[in-house]
Design a protein around this ligand. Structure first.
Ligand code: NAD
Length: 525
C-alpha cells in the first residue's frame, strides 16, 4: 500500500484523488528534523511552496517515487536531486491557464471601455457619459508575446470576440498556431502591427526587460500594453515615459518588478494605468484544480505511468497528449512483456513507431518502452526520468525509427529484439484507448496486457489447451480469457491465457513439462 505525505494545505478534492493510490497523511506542522525522520516511510510527498524539499530530504526519502507540487513553480524542490534518484516531480501548470486568460480579457475590456475609471467617476458622484467613449475590440489586432498555455487560452477568447490575433513565440509550430486561428509573426512585426500587446512569456534571462524603452517605442502609437505574466519583463520607467508622452494610450498590469510596488511608483495612480494586485491565478476553480491536477499526476506516477505534467520528464504538447497518452501505457507494457519473454542475450533493440505516432514527438514513447524493459529486470525503481541514464549504464542499445506504415492500425509500436541467435519481433496498438498486443514472434494475437498471463510457445495439437487448463484448475487458478496464434494447423503456436491470479511456480513447471510445450512464461503486469 502506498503512503502519501501531504505537508501543506491542498483542496479536499485533491486529497480524495490521492486516496485512490494509497493512504494519505496530512501533517501541516512538520519542522525540518521531523520531516527528515518521517519521509523514509513514504512513497509520495505533496507540497505547495513552503516546504523545502532539499537534496537532504530527497536522500532520506528512501521509498519516494514522486513529489507533487500543487501549483506551478518548483523553486522549493531540488529537482536535480530528485531526477538523479528517478523521482518524478509533478506539478499543476495548467490549473491557472483559464483564470489568467480570463483576467487578461477582463483587463483588455477595461482598457477599451475604461470601466475602472468610469466606475470611480460614478462612485464619486459624477455622471459624465461623454468622458467615456471607448472602442470595440472586434476587428482590432491583439499581439500575444508567448503562445504557451495561457497565451493559447487568451487567443481562443480573443478570436471569439472577433479580434485578429497574431503571436510571437519561437517554439510554437505553425500548425498549432493555425489550430488556434493565430498568425505567427516576428516580434518586430508584432509590436508594429498590434493595437494591444499582451505578454505571456516566462521571466527568464532572454525575456528580462524584453519590453525595454526601444521595444516599447517600436509599438504602434496609441496602442496598449497588458502584462499578466511576470514583473521584470517590462521596463517600468520606460513604460511610464511612453504613457506620459502619449506614445502608448494605456497599460493594464497584474504584476510588477517588485510586489507590492513601492508606494511612490509612478504607475500607481497613473490615469492611463489599470492595475490589480497579482490576482491572475486567484479563482476558486484554479485553486481547486491545482490540487486535483497535481494529485492526478501523483496517482499516475505511483501506478507506474507517465504523468501528464512532470517537471523532470519529457514534455508532451497539449494537442498531442490525448493521442500519445495511451501509447505511453502501451510502450511500457510492451517493454515489460518483451523482458519476460526474451531470455536469451540481447544485442540491441530496434523500436519502430508507425502510423499516427510518426507525426509526433516520439521521445516520451521511447522512454516508456525503456522504462518497461528495465523495470522488469531491475531492483532499482525505474521511471521515465531515470530510464535513459540506467539504460546507458547497462549498455542497453535501442535504435528508433518512425514510419507512416502501421498495417491496418491507427498507430503501431513494434520492438525488434536482436538476440545472439535471431531477431524477435513484438507489436502492440491502441484500440478504444486500451493497449493491445497484436503480434508476438510473428504470430498474430490480440490481448490486453494486464493482470496475470500465462504464455506458452508450443506445438499445436489436440488436447494441448485442455492439459494446461486442467493443471490451472487443479491449482484453483481461474482462466478469464484465451488467445491462440498459429501460422498453420498442427504447427508451432503461441497461447496466451489471462488469469484471475498468477499461476504458482510449481504449476508453471508442470505446464512447461507437458510434451509439445517448448516454453511457458508467467507474466504479471
Ligand atoms: P508556458 O510555458 O505554457 O508558455 C510560455 C510560452 O512563452 C512558451 O510557449 C515559450 O515558447 C514562450 N516563450 C519563451 N520565451 C519567449 C520569448 N523570448 N519570446 C516569445 N515567446 C517566448 O507558460 P504559461 O503557463 O502560459 O505562463 C505564461 C506566463 O504567465 C509566465 O510568465 C507565468 O509565470 C505567468 N503566470 C502569471 C500568473 C498571474 O497570476 N498573473 C499566473 C500563472 C502564470
Amino acid at each position: 500500500m502506498n503512503r502519501i505525505l501531504v505537508t501543506e494545505k491542498i483542496a479536499t478534492e485533491g486529497l480524495d484523488v490521492l486516496r485512490q493510490a494509497g493512504t494519505v497523511d496530512v501533517r501541516l506542522d512538520l519542522d525540518k528534523p521531523t520531516l527528515l525522520s518521517l519521509i523514509g516511510e513514504y512513497d509520495a510527498l505533496v507540497v505547495r511552496s513552503a516546504t523545502k524539499v532539499t537534496a537532504e530530504v530527497i536522500a532520506a526519502g528512501e521509498r519516494l517515487r514522486v513529489i507533487g507540487r500543487a501549483g506551478t513553480g518548483v523553486d522549493n524542490i531540488d529537482v536535480e536531486a530528485a531526477t538523479r534518484r528517478g523521482i518524478i516531480v509533478v506539478n499543476a501548470p495548467a490549473s491557472n491557464n483559464v483564470a489568467v486568460a480570463e483576467l487578461t480579457i477582463g483587463l483588455l475590456l477595461c482598457l477599451a471601455r475604461r470601466i475602472p475609471q468610469a466606475h470611480a467617476s460614478v462612485q464619486s458622484g459624477r455622471w459624465a457619459r461623454n468622458d467615456f467613449i471607448g472602442w470595440e475590440v472586434r476587428g482590432k489586432t491583439l499581439g500575444l508575446v508567448g503562445l504557451g498555455r495561457i497565451g493559447s487560452e487568451v487567443a481562443r477568447r480573443a478570436r471569439a470576440m472577433e479580434m485578429e490575433v497574431i503571436a510571437y513565440d519561437p517554439v510554437v509550430s505553425f500548425d498549432r498556431a493555425e489550430q488556434l486561428g493565430v498568425t505567427l509573426v516576428t516580434l518586430d512585426e508584432l509590436v508594429q502591427r498590434s493595437d494591444v500587446v499582451s505578454l505571456h512569456v516566462p521571466l527568464i534571462e532572454s525575456t528580462r526587460n524584453l519590453f525595454d524603452r526601444e521595444r516599447i517605442m517600436q509599438m504602434k502609437r496609441g496602442s496598449y500594453l497588458i502584462n499578466a505574466s511576470r514583473g521584470g519583463i517590462v521596463d517600468e520607467a520606460a513604460l511610464v515615459e511612453a504613457l506620459d508622452s502619449g506614445h502608448l494610450a494605456g497599460a493594464a498590469l497584474d504584476v510588477y518588478a517588485q510586489e507590492p510596488p513601492p508606494a511612490d511608483s509612478p504607475l500607481i495612480g497613473h490615469p492611463k494605468v489599470i492595475t490589480v494586485p497579482h490576482i491572475g491565478a486567484s479563482t476558486k476553480e484554479a485553486q481547486l484544480s491545482a490540487g486535483t491536477e497535481m494529485a492526478a499526476g501523483v496517482v499516475t506516477a505511483l501506478t507506474g505511468g507517465t504523468p501528464r505534467y512532470a517537471v523532470n520528464a519529457p514534455f508532451v504538447a497539449p494537442e498531442a497528449w490525448n493521442v500519445l497518452q495511451p501509447y505511453l501505457n502501451l510502450g511500457r507494457l510492451l517493454g515489460t512483456l518483451v523482458m519476460h519473454l526474451v531470455k536469451e542475450p540481447v544485442r540491441s533493440y530496434d523500436l519502430e513507431l508507425g502510423g499516427e505516432l510518426a507525426e509526433m514527438d516520439t521521445q516520451p514513447v521511447r522512454l516508456a518502452v525503456l522504462q518497461g524493459l528495465l523495470a522488469a529486470s531491475s531492483i532499482e525503481r525505474i521511471t521515465p526520468v531515470n530510464a535513459p541514464i540506467i539504460a546507458r549504464e547497462r549498455g542497453l542499445r535501442m535504435t528508433e525509427r518512425v514510419s507512416p506504415e502501421a498495417e491496418n492500425y491507427a498507430g503501431l509500436i513494434t520492438l525488434h529484439v536482436q538476440t545472439s541467435e535471431r531477431t524477435r519481433t513484438f507489436s502492440g496498438t491502441v484500440l478504444r484507448g486500451e493497449p493491445h498486443i497484436v503480434q508476438m514472434d510473428g504470430y498474430f494475437v490480440d490481448f490486453v496486457p494486464q493482470g496475470s498471463l500465462l504464455i506458452t510457445y508450443h506445438h499445436d495439437q489436440p488436447g494441448m489447451i485442455g492439459k494446461v487448463g486442467q493443471l490451472l484448475g487443479a491449482a484453483d487458478v481461474n482462466i478469464s480469457g484465451m488467445y491462440v496464434g498459429r501460422r498453420a494447423p498442427r504447427e508451432q503456436a503461441v497461447m496466451v491465457l489471462t488469469l484471475d491470479e498468477p499461476a504458482p511456480p510449481q504449476v508453471m513447471e508442470q505446464v512447461a513439462a507437458i510434451p509439445g510445450i517448448d516454453a511457458a512464461y508467467s507474466v504479471t503486469f
